[in-house]
Design a protein around this ligand. Structure first.
Ligand SMILES: C[S@@+](CC[C@H](N)C(=O)[O-])C[C@H]1O[C@@H](n2cnc3c(N)ncnc32)[C@H](O)[C@@H]1O
Length: 420
């Protein structure tokens, strides 16, 4: 049975906003459900999904075919080019998740509902809950559902109905209201409208439509990351770069399904040039998501034969091809990593810190959300960052300057500050 890629149990829920050490609050505990309280408010289910076209799907397939080759070639490439396997092959928990001899069969259904197969924050969107919190979900039942969904035994036309029958999905979402909407309103109350992220009604997004925006615990968590970037001054850095150069460069390391990168890019209305580094196996989730959300033509993929800089709004750089492509990387105004560095090895983290040092713009900022040691297999990437970069500011609390933020601590590194 095939399981979706998922992370382990250290992600705070949107409600707890914790630092990953306290058990998350149950995602189903919002009391007082209503049927929606404004124009267009209400459930957003898979029945309302904007499906990807056949033409678009064909373009995604071409990109995913390349990713499949890149994935299967990983070890051979690393050996042939004398790269350090300890840095460029998956490490830590990702060495277990990433099977070098397996690649997901990305069918139309899977691409079209990619968010349903990408629980990177630990929140199972389809079941509106988590498997890693005792008492929330029956893991065997959930795994069986994922298995039928990912293997194709469950056709995408039937997924919405089966979620109601097997997991009572609508009722669970509705029970989240009004607590979830109240929380969201507080979260964005002082955030400028342009920085309130949007999850488009495609790629299998599920949630509650609130004043025209789909919200769910993932979207809320990602908004909290944007709040941190705003409160920490990183979005102003991007604005300044756009004012100076017409556009700004953004790098995300460990980008997962890329909802965050897409949503952030939308905040800057086409003026953010996005580079994404991840494992090729996982990158398929991001390619599928971005194809649904913005179109495959806007995606560029670095391969072993790439010789020129790729000029597309979203450029994917598979992790072991970073050295091959590095000379084409621009100076980044913002580099971001969320809840990923601590799941890598110390050598991988050190490699990425050196990379960021080499490619951060003079006035650029490097933001790390979370990343400290919570679980046994984690490395303390925050301590490593503090050690590596003298010009850092670490915010340990759930608020920065009065703004509610996401994973803790939030670490901001700037080149332009004078070392203490
Ligand atoms: C817990 S997920 C977080 C994803 C995303 N930041 C989010 O919060 O939704 C960790 C991410 O780190 C990526 N990752 C793991 N090892 C990596 C490596 N050596 N280089 C780049 N990315 C890696 C995983 O593939 C995955 O996308």
């Amino acid at each position: 049975m095939e399981e979706p890629l998922r992370r382990h149990a250290d992600t705070p829920t949107t409600e707890s906003g914790g630092n990953g050490t306290a058990p998350p609050a149950p995602a189903l505990a919002f009391p007082g459900a209503t049927a929606g309280d404004g124009a267009g408010d209400g459930l957003h289910l898979l029945t309302g999904n904007q499906d990807i076209s056949d033409d678009e799907f064909a373009k995604v397939c071409a990109l995913i075919d390349q990713l499949r080759t890149i994935h299967f070639e990983s070890r051979r490439y690393v050996e042939r080019h004398g790269l350090a396997a300890a840095i460029f092959l998956p490490g830590s928990v990702w060495a277990e998740i990433n099977d070098p001899d397996h690649f997901t069969n990305w069918t139309y259904d899977l691409v079209n509902y990619v968010r349903c197969a990408s629980p990177f924050t630990g929140f199972d969107l389809m079941m509106w809950s988590r498997r890693d919190v005792p008492g929330q979900l029956d893991a065997a039942k959930v795994n069986d559902f994922y298995g039928r969904f990912i293997s194709g035994a469950l056709g995408y036309e039937d997924v919405a109905e089966r979620l109601e029958v097997e997991f009572d999905l609508s009722s669970h979402i509705a029970k989240s209201i009004p607590r979830m909407t109240d929380f969201y309103d507080e979260l964005v109350g002082r955030i400028p409208e342009r920085y309130r992220i949007i999850a488009p009604p495609c790629a299998g997004e599920i949630g509650w439509s609130h004043h025209g925006r789909i919200i769910n615990p993932d979207v809320i968590l990602y908004q909290r990351r944007v709040n941190a970037l705003y409160a920490g001054g990183a979005l102003q850095t991007v604005e300044d770069a756009i004012a100076a150069h017409g556009s700004a460069n953004y790098l995300e390391i460990g980008s997962g399904h890329c909802l965050f990168a897409h949503a952030l890019a939308e905040c800057f209305a086409g003026k953010l040039n996005v580079h994404l580094i991840d494992l090729p196996f996982v990158m398929a989730n991001g390619v599928a998501y971005l194809a649904c959300a913005t179109g495959a033509d806007r995606i560029g993929l670095v391969t072993a034969t790439t010789t020129e800089a790729i000029d597309r709004p979203f450029v994917f750089v598979p992790n072991y091809l970073v050295p091959h492509y590095e000379r084409h990387l621009p100076a980044f105004d913002l580099v971001h990593n969320a809840i990923s560095f601590n799941e890598m090895t110390a050598a991988q983290v050190a490699y990425y810190y050196d990379l960021v040092e080499r490619h951060m713009a003079d006035d650029g900022v490097f933001h790390i959300a979370g990343g400290h040691k919570v679980l046994d297999y984690h490395v303390d990437a925050v301590a490593a960052a503090i050690d590596r970069f003298p010009n850092h500011a670490v915010y340990p609390d759930r608020e920065i300057a009065g703004y509610l933020v996401g994973e803790r601590p939030n670490t901001f590194i700037r080149r332009s500050l004078v070392a203490a």
